[in-house]
Design a protein around this ligand. Sequence first.
Ligand code: SF4
Length: 354
Amino acid sequence: MRDLLDFYANAPLLELGAAADQVRRAKHPDDIVTFIVDRNINYTNVCVADCGFCAFYRRPKHGEGYTLSYEEIGAKIDEAKQLGAVQILMQGGHNPYIPFEWYLELLRYIKKYHPIHIHGFSPSEVDFFSKVFRMDAREIIRELMKAGLDSIPGGGGEILVQRVRDLVARKKAGADRWLEIMEIAHEEGMKTSVTMMYGLGETLAERLEHLQRVRDLQARTNGFTAFICWPLQPENTPMMSNQPKTDAIEYLRTVAISRIVLDNVPNLQASWVTMGMKVGQLALRFGCNDFGSLMIEENVVSAANTTYRTTTAEMERLIRDAGFRPARRRQDYSIIPLDDHSPLQNHDLVSASA
Ligand code: SF4
């Protein structure tokens, strides 16, 4: 661990990048860089978790609080599918007013009337359901799967070190619990992604501890398909607007060390939505093999004033200009043949998120 810490903290930037690029090349020798077209649906912004870094949520009874209806969600899915989306990322606040049956019925409704891959309900939400509905997390996951959930996103991971979580997200699933829920999901046959949001006041050693914990879990379950990291977006956040914004160099160093430590996680996504296109392109030489998602709607990062926009054509050009071959993918990273692409692919203006 100490050697890695020294490497992360002190190695010249390009040396770190070269070491990460070597890991990426070994895993993805064909130089294909993938991306997915999807839609982020935040079914509710009502939340009682009060994370200090979150600009998206509203407390219960706040005038701007909302919960989408099934019909609104269905309409968003249809619109997204017309634009070539192959999945929805469905996450929401910890809303104490929604019963469990609402979620199950929503999943069934989507699968019946608007079928699409549902990547939804982060471990923090599953933990919240488990507490509120007094059910075991395994039971929650089984019920969600039975109703139509296909995979679980790595949201709410932030930094998986309890000291840091106590500072910024005390009411949310703790580090051990977050990992436990991921482990249960993997045991139940569910694939998941995993994330790290840094810049919350953690040390470099704590970031490495986060990565090491993810690596250890992956060694047991092999259930993580991808890792995504991005820095805190402090603007508009309730507690962290004074926290200094980290820069592109720190992002590239962090991506690189992540690729090196997580050599058992197959895919690393570049977070161009928080870092911008140029840094996103550079990240492809610092260990990333995926350009993340091109989303038709994104609320959480844009609530903190960070929204980069692009089109599928632009996305493909950016990947080509960085020296790679672009390909659209599904959630499981299988490539979508060109013939299957939506005819609207070059005309849709969309925004994106990690
Ligand atoms: S990050 Fe999620 S859990 Fe935390 S306050 Fe925002 S919506 Fe709630």
